[in-house]
Write a protein that binds this ligand. Structure first.
Ligand code: SF4
Length: 255
């Protein structure tokens, strides 16, 4: 017992101060794929992507859909002059269009359809209840979500609490590619949540389907925030929750 007290005194505070203080990802961390806006691509690079996230138009301009990217690195290995891993955590976006990257994409044009929780409620107090539903995930996203409530991330300090009841939930976190048996429970959960409410798709499977060709959550329900990654890191999920609540805005990083 005394050992733990001394250890606490020695280490002092270990909890991250994010978002008040930026938390940069370590060098070499695979947060997302960036696309160089260089010469037109002539190689058949789209074929290297197992999820169909890469498209090349007639002029050789590359477009990459981060909502479908599982960060496997095949494109980086095939064409390192065009594709590169970026060491960033804050990858969440408020529209599917904003997940597009590369000279063949225009991510700036889309506006999210629904306002944040703060917009919908008029004001937002520090008490946002989160319901998580696993719709066929491989379990990777769940480890990262659970980590948000550990002493390092401690998302409760920002007013986010997990709830088992959808009737008490403000935010629905959805993971997985929505398997057939989970479709009805997902729809029912969303239906009984009170207004205002927000839906956050966590992980590439939920955002765009990943290796599952049928697409993500937004073919069934309206998504407010997409958090791509396979799996996304806890800070990335925290960033998505802060966007959904309206505590951070899309252009604002680590306020
Ligand atoms: S890293 Fe992403 S874009 Fe590149 S090949 Fe893999 S899934 Fe496709």
């Amino acid at each position: 017992m005394l050992e733990w007290i001394y250890r606490g005194l020695r280490k002092r505070r270990i909890t991250t101060r994010y978002p008040r203080v930026p938390e940069p990802a370590p060098e070499g961390f695979h947060g997302r794929i960036d696309v160089a806006s260089g010469e037109p691509v002539s190689l058949p690079v789209a074929g290297v992507c197992p999820t169909g996230a890469i498209t090349v138009d007639g002029a050789g301009r590359v477009s990459l859909d981060r909502g479908r990217c599982i960060l496997c690195g095949e494109c980086v290995r095939a064409l390192p002059s065009v594709f590169a891993f970026a060491s960033v955590y804050e990858t969440a976006a408020r529209s599917q269009h904003a997940l597009l990257a590369g000279p063949g994409a225009d991510p700036a044009s889309a506006e999210p359809g629904r306002g944040t929780l703060a917009d919908q409620a008029g004001m937002l107090r520090r008490s946002v209840h989160v319901r998580h539903i696993d719709c066929g995930s491989d379990g990777a996203e769940e480890w990262e979500i659970i980590a948000l409530w550990n002493p390092y991330y401690d998302i409760q300090r920002l007013g986010f609490f997990l709830t088992n009841s959808p009737r008490h939930a403000d935010v629905l976190l959805v993971t997985g590619p929505i398997t057939g048996p989970m479709r009805a429970p997902l729809e029912r959960t969303w239906e009984v949540m009170p207004q205002p409410k927000a839906l956050v798709a966590v992980g590439t499977d939920a955002c765009g389907g990943g290796l599952h060709a049928w697409g993500g959550v937004d073919r069934i329900l309206p998504v407010d925030v997409y958090v791509p990654g396979s799996p996304p890191a806890p800070i990335a999920i925290m960033h998505g929750l802060l966007l959904a609540a309206g505590i951070l805005t899309a252009g604002q990083v680590s306020a």
